[in-house]
Write a protein that binds this ligand. Structure first.
Ligand SMILES: Cc1cc2nc3c(=O)[nH]c(=O)nc-3n(C[C@H](O)[C@H](O)[C@H](O)COP(=O)(O)OP(=O)(O)OC[C@H]3O[C@@H](n4cnc5c(N)ncnc54)[C@H](O)[C@@H]3O)c2cc1C
Length: 506
């Protein structure tokens, strides 16, 4: 009997899954089996180039929840998920020795590391004469219907968006396949989610530290679908998205769908279809359009990643702009730990460490602060995000960091976020910063975003002595931005050391 393997990667769902649907069809027509596989490759649990754990505990935990739920969903249509540990190509080599495999299929992933792994697997399978097919990535736009080829993808989002919107029509998601004939026996080395936790290299998470409102990040199709239902149908929050999306505190300020999208528990097409349905049954307004607009940003960054490959990750980014980034570990640690002395930055960084999430407004601010005020190498920030974010997606993370650092494809000038102004606009009463910075609880709203300006007696009465309970600002906002602007505009003219000394005068 023929066996068709489906290799699940960042697509941990059963609906809108072309490789699974295709394998089921082939197996049904040939009277064969379907064998769903997940490879737990230790590569993803190693270290990033700058030494951070590539997958921190919260994302690892979310992944296990996704796998458990995928297994439950597969069992409903006849199969079960087999988890195999090891280097991906070696796992497939062993599998070929054990099982007579007819075909292996998966979704193509665009980031360089994922593509490299895919290439190794492809080459291993070709040695074994096994048919391998990688389906185009599950974006909202079908790749075979794009109005341009991948190398011709417009560099500017607005142009990209106009072209795909002009073409109109996004095809609907495919349904869950019919029941299939599962592979009957156990595999050598097969493991389960509970045993994965016992692996020495698998990070462990204790959820007890998380505030209750962030426990919403539970992995899997079931939890992702529940979140989508809540955000659209139960709370009607979608109808207000355009007004609330820049909020940082309330759970329903934005959809919070990113983690389920990153792991593929939900596909962008499924979300898009649900928004269409909501528009026809409840309300169609600027907010409902805006969520589709943001999902197009997701498609755009995935296509950029497919187009530019490794260039996305180099120091000079897509522009290949040579900037003498400063090297200063004290400043980086202050940023990481949320101790820069700027409450908006610190609150966001602590939220990230404690929950594995940060709002888009927060991400833009902390990325601007790292690169435009501290002048530190953007890749430190991107790798820290890679480590900590539950929703980490290489194309979206590195694409957005390129953009924020001013080295992305359509960056034209030095644009920076004035943290003080941002704080006044998006957290006028300081509720967000108080939520994450207990040392500022008693600081009056007038001073909450610049506590260093409080006089001595006010500091005493607010239980917040600057320099003791909360740090002084590590840089002057405007002066540092001005210096970094000069360095940005005259790339590589000055040796990094001189520029560093200048900045350290703050
Ligand atoms: C420096 C930086 C790094 C980022 N890293 C990631 C990452 O690793 N993974 C990730 O999913 N998003 C990333 N983003 C994009 C964005 O911040 C998150 O997608 C968003 O905050 C997730 O919350 P949400 O699902 O509530 O978003 P919503 O506002 O509800 O948006 C809905 C969906 O649209 C997509 N989207 C929204 N904003 C963007 C954007 N700027 N770029 C691409 N897609 C977008 C996401 O899939 C998101 O889930 C990053 C942004 C910045 C500035």
């Amino acid at each position: 009997m023929s066996t068709h393997v489906v290799w699940f990667r960042n697509d941990l769902r059963v609906a809108d899954h072309a490789p699974l649907t295709n394998a089921c069809k082939r197996a049904a027509s040939e009277g064969g089996h379907v064998l769903p596989i997940y490879v737990m490759d230790p590569f993803w649990f190693g270290r990033t180039e700058r030494g951070f754990p590539r997958t921190d505990a919260k994302r690892a935990n979310f992944l296990l929840e996704c796998l458990r739920d995928l297994d439950r969903n597969l069992r409903e249509i006849g199969g079960k998920l087999r988890i195999l540990c090891g280097d991906s190509s070696a796992v497939f080599a062993d599998l070929c020795r054990e099982v007579a495999i007819e075909s292996v299929s998966c979704f193509h992933e665009v980031s360089t590391q994922e593509t490299a792994i895919e290439d190794q697997v492809r080459s291993e399978l070709s040695k074994q004469s096994v048919d391998f097919k990688a389906f185009s990535p599950a974006t909202m736009c079908d790749w075979d219907r794009l109005p341009f080829s991948i190398p011709e993808t417009p560099e500017v989002f607005t142009k990209f968006r106009r072209l795909v919107e002009k073409r109109g029509h996004f095809s609907p998601p495919a349904p869950v396949p019919d029941k299939f004939q599962a592979f009957p026996s156990d595999l050598v080395g097969e493991t389960n989610c509970e045993d994965l936790k016992k692996l020495s290299w698998y990070p462990r998470d204790s959820r007890s530290n998380q505030p209750s409102d962030t426990n919403l990040f539970v992995g899997g199709i079931t939890a992702g679908t529940a979140r989508l239902n809540h955000y659209l149908w139960e709370s009607d929050a979608l109808s207000r998205y355009k007004e609330t999306r820049n909020g940082m505190l309330a759970v329903d300020d934005s959809s919070k769908l990113s983690s389920w999208l990153a792991f593929g528990c939900l596909s962008a097409k499924q979300v898009m279809q649900e928004i269409d349905h909501y528009e026809s049954k409840r309300v169609k307004n600027d907010s409902t359009y805006w969520l589709k607009f943001e999902l197009l940003w997701r498609d755009f960054f995935i296509l950029m990643s497919a187009k530019h490959g490794a260039h996305l990750y180099r120091a000079g980014g897509l522009q290949n702009r040579q900037i003498d980034w400063i090297s200063n570990d004290d400043m980086f640690q202050a940023w990481v730990q949320g101790k820069t002395g700027y409450p908006l930055i610190d609150a966001n960084m602590r939220e990230l460490s404690q929950t594995g999430y940060m709002s888009n407004r927060g991400r833009q601010n902390v990325a601007s602060f790292l690169t435009k005020n501290l002048g530190l190498d953007w890749r430190l920030g991107a790798e820290w995000f890679e480590s900590k974010l539950i929703d980490h997606d290489p194309s979206l993370n590195y694409g957005n960091w390129n953009y924020a650092a001013g080295i992305g494809n359509d960056a034209r000038e030095f644009r920076w976020f004035n943290t003080n102004k941002q704080a006044a606009t998006y957290d006028p009463n300081g509720d967000y910063v108080r939520h994450w910075l207990p040392e500022l609880h008693k600081v009056p709203s007038d001073w909450i975003h610049h506590p260093w300006r409080m006089g001595e007696s006010l500091q005493q009465s607010a239980d917040c002595v600057i320099g003791t309970d909360y740090p002084e600002p590590i840089v002057d906002l405007f002066h540092s931005a001005e210096l970094n602007k000069q360095r940005y505009e005259r790339p590589n003219r000055q040796p990094a050391k001189l520029a560093t000394q200048g900045l350290l005068q703050f």
